[in-house]
Design a protein around this ligand. Structure first.
Ligand SMILES: [Fe+2]
Length: 174
């Protein structure tokens, strides 16, 4: 594969990753406002929101290293992300569970995207991108692990809240 071909693919991948992170930023902005009942989840999402903004800066740095202007980055909405966003809009009572499951899928999409970019960085001749991309990959892996470690607790915490809300409603209107 020629370096030019690899570089074109790398730049396209960087743009897609930028759109992906932008979408993640928007999803987590909405979620962080809505999960007050689950402070541990809310704190983690706020932390990851800050990381996501840093990841966006890193991707812009990688685009600059390729001679691309970050200002020309046009973030498109990918259908997969669109579906997750739609789930984020849902007003269902089990909203925290929908967010948790969607975020788990989202983190793995991001992990795959960074692994793909890392495979292309050297063939594209942009080896200086490897360190920032690895840093972002590590953050995504940590976030995915956190969700994996907490999905059961979050589910049971939601169940407890739902049962308590039901009991309170019955007390008021027996
Ligand atoms: Fe992420």
């Amino acid at each position: 594969m020629s370096t030019q071909r690899a570089r074109d693919l790398f730049v396209t991948g960087l743009r897609n990753a930028h759109a992906m992170e932008r979408q993640g930023e928007q999803l987590m902005e909405r979620q962080s406002e809505r999960l007050a009942g689950f402070p541990e989840v809310q704190d983690k999402i706020r932390d990851h929101l800050q990381q996501t903004r840093q990841q966006l800066r890193r991707l812009e740095g990688c685009l600059e290293a390729c001679g691309e202007s970050p200002s020309t980055v046009k973030d498109m909405v990918m259908s997969f992300m669109g579906n997750l966003a739609a789930m984020g809009h849902a007003m269902a009572g089990d909203e925290v569970l929908k967010h948790t499951l969607a975020n788990y899928a989202f983190e793995h999409y991001e992990i795959a995207a960074y692994k793909s970019l890392l495979a292309l960085a050297a063939p594209a001749g942009i080896s200086e991108s490897i360190t920032p991309l690895r840093a972002s990959l590590q953050e995504e892996e940590e976030m995915a692990k956190w969700i994996e470690d907490h999905v059961q607790d979050v589910t049971l915490a939601h169940l407890t809240k739902a049962e308590r809300a039901h009991a309170t409603a019955n007390e008021r209107w027996p």
